[in-house]
Design a protein around this ligand. Structure first.
Ligand SMILES: [Zn+2]
Ligand SMILES: [Zn+2]
Length: 220
């Protein structure tokens, strides 16, 4: 099985015949993304949504139509996906709140909308194995960043969405709806058995580094 970043927040995990796409980027990525997915030359069976913020959902409906894949999403955000609108969360500290507000003042709320997903949505409300021959995939609800944030354990890798950031040393989520739940979500990631963590934004982290960051912030 191979793992490849297609662009920005979008990853693919695949073998010679089939695969899954993790997240759906921004609307402006659509043409480039469809070309890249085509180039993989495999049947895409699922689009695994870590959550539904606009920067992860922009191409999902186009990708679903082009591939016939089913769309997996946390139960708490399935309705957002059907409506094509997800509220953007607040920054987790004064600096990121300021950035968030500046964005809203420039482009009030417009940024939160994307093409609704019209069919083939699978809702995840508990740890769930995703059925696909020869690939070992488990959906694990994480919450914290958004009401329906879900991590996906694929082999020894965990796709964490925005529950973890991978930008410089700043791996604590920059934005979150439920900051009180971040500790429990991180604990679940620690206990997932994965060796590598793929955040929605930024670079891959290994579990030792993540554990160190967890301990720094939350103690033993
Ligand atoms: Zn997000
Ligand atoms: Zn994001």
């Amino acid at each position: 099985m191979r793992i490849k970043r297609l662009m920005g927040t979008i990853w693919a995990a695949y073998d010679d015949e089939k695969g899954v796409i993790i997240d759906g980027g921004k609307k402006m990525d659509e043409k480039r993304l469809l070309r890249k997915v085509n180039k993989l030359g495999v049947k895409i069976e699922y689009i695994l949504m870590t959550h539904t913020h606009y920067d992860h959902t922009g191409c999902v409906e186009a990708l679903r139509k082009a591939t016939g894949a089913k769309v997996v999403v946390g139960k708490g955000e399935a309705q957002y996906l059907r409506e094509g609108h997800t509220p953007v969360p607040k920054g987790t500290n004064a600096f990121f709140r300021m950035i968030g507000n500046a964005g809203h003042n420039k482009m009030p709320k417009a940024v939160e909308f994307y093409s609704p997903v019209t069919q083939d949505i699978i809702e995840i409300s508990e740890d769930t194995a995703i059925e696909i021959d020869g690939m070992d995939i488990k959906a694990v609800p994480l919450g914290a960043h958004s009401v329906g944030s879900v991590g996906y354990v694929i082999g020894d890798s965990l796709f964490a969405g925005d529950v973890v950031f991978g930008v410089m040393h700043l791996i604590y989520p920059w934005f979150a709806d439920f900051t009180d739940d971040i500790e429990a979500a991180w604990e679940k990631i620690l206990k997932s058995g994965a060796k590598f963590i793929y955040p929605g934004h930024g670079r891959r982290l290994d579990m030792e580094y993540f554990e160190k960051k967890y301990t720094e912030r939350f103690g033993q």
